[in-house]
Design a protein around this ligand. Structure first.
Ligand SMILES: Cc1cc2nc3c(=O)[nH]c(=O)nc-3n(C[C@H](O)[C@H](O)[C@H](O)COP(=O)(O)O)c2cc1C
Length: 328
């Protein structure tokens, strides 16, 4: 069993990765994409997006954090990959799935899947530039408009020299609309000889099992499901683990406070409120308690107000000392 926390721009940043690592779920993580255009990016850009580069090992304990690059210029991807490795990245992943208009307009992300040659060139450019001891991988959707080039793109990633391939089992046009087409991951897995990581629409231990069965993959990547329920990996690994949202909400509270403190320390004060609301919205897909907390926070305008509500909800109520307890 090998579970990777998915890269999610604007959602799975360093504070979220820290929560996930502290809860002890994933075996590996991937950063939000670092966008590469026509320049060698300064080190400070990598450090801003990947503060873990300052750790002695870029990751959390045994859990490595792969740095993801997004771009279409093979040479520029190559030099930026080398820079990321020099700064401490343990591995490089390449994004062939981003649906964002701005990114696709400059021929990066999912639009590259219209042209498997460009996918091959990008992987090859990075693979040739980076020392062979570091892994280079690719992450793709099933296509842009349709799935006709899915196998060709997977082969392009393999032939470019990728160590493994992650497949988000939907086209760009399908967006994030369920279902994810896990059966297509099986077709891809059968057509390449590198390991394939299955991704898309895993929300419960049952989804995880079905995805493994349908795709035939041992390695799975989970995004929204893990942000909404950070105990999901625990529940997948241990069928005895509690799946009671009320119980797990209590366990989550200290992490929620830690996240608030981390976010407050790392981003502009004006954006903290938005990040807390964003996570609560996603937590609300799994925990009814998060929806209630969101309602309490909704009208708060000042950071102090947000802090007050969060601390009131999440600080454990201490038992009074024995000597002060009333006789029963
Ligand atoms: C808000 C958001 C941001 C994302 N950012 C990235 C990204 O930076 N790089 C990437 O390869 N995929 C990105 N993805 C796609 C996810 O990694 C993943 O493939 C997708 O969410 C499907 O997995 P899930 O159903 O487990 O969430 C993003 C998805 C979302 C919802």
């Amino acid at each position: 069993m090998h579970i990777t926390l998915a890269p999610m721009e604007g959602v799975v940043d360093a504070p979220m990765r820290r929560v996930q690592a502290a809860i002890g779920g994933p075996d590996a993580m991937v950063t939000e994409f670092v966008r590469v255009t026509e320049h060698l990016l300064p080190a400070k850009v990598f450090h801003r997006l990947v503060p873990e580069l300052n750790h002695p090992f870029c990751g959390y304990g045994e859990v490595p954090l792969t740095v993801q690059l997004l771009g279409s210029n093979p040479e520029m991807l190559g030099v930026n990959a080398v820079r990321a490795i020099e700064l401490g990245a343990p591995a490089i992943d390449l994004n062939f799935g981003c649906p964002a208009k701005t990114v696709n307009k400059s021929m990066g992300g999912a639009i590259m899947l219209r042209n498997p040659q460009s996918v091959f060139d990008a992987v090859k450019g990075v693979r040739s530039a980076v020392d062979p001891q570091y892994s280079v991988s690719g992450k793709m959707r099933l296509g842009y408009e349709d799935k006709t080039l899915a196998l060709e793109n997977a082969k392009a990633i393999e032939e470019g020299g990728a160590a493994y391939l992650t497949v988000h089992a939907r086209t760009k046009v399908e967006g994030y609309k369920p279902p994810a087409h896990w059966e297509w991951i099986a077709r891809i897995r059968e057509s390449v000889s590198i390991p394939v990581v299955a991704n898309g629409e895993i929300w419960t231990p049952e989804d995880y099992q079905r995805c493994k069965e349908v795709s035939g993959c041992d390695r799975i990547m989970i995004g929204r499901g893990l942000v909404a329920n950070p105990f999901l990996v625990e529940q997948i690994r241990n069928p005895e683990a509690s799946r009671d949202p009320a119980y797990n909400w209590q366990r989550l509270k200290p992490y929620l406070l830690g996240f608030f403190e981390d976010v407050s320390a790392s981003i502009d004060e004006r954006h903290v409120h938005g990040r807390i609301k964003q996570w609560l919205t996603m937590l609300g897909w799994h925990f009814p308690q998060a929806k209630e907390l969101f309602q309490q926070l909704r009208t708060e305008r000042e950071l102090q107000g947000v802090a007050r509500v969060l601390y009131a909800e999440c600080t454990p109520v201490e038992e009074p000392p024995k000597s002060r307890q009333l006789p029963s």
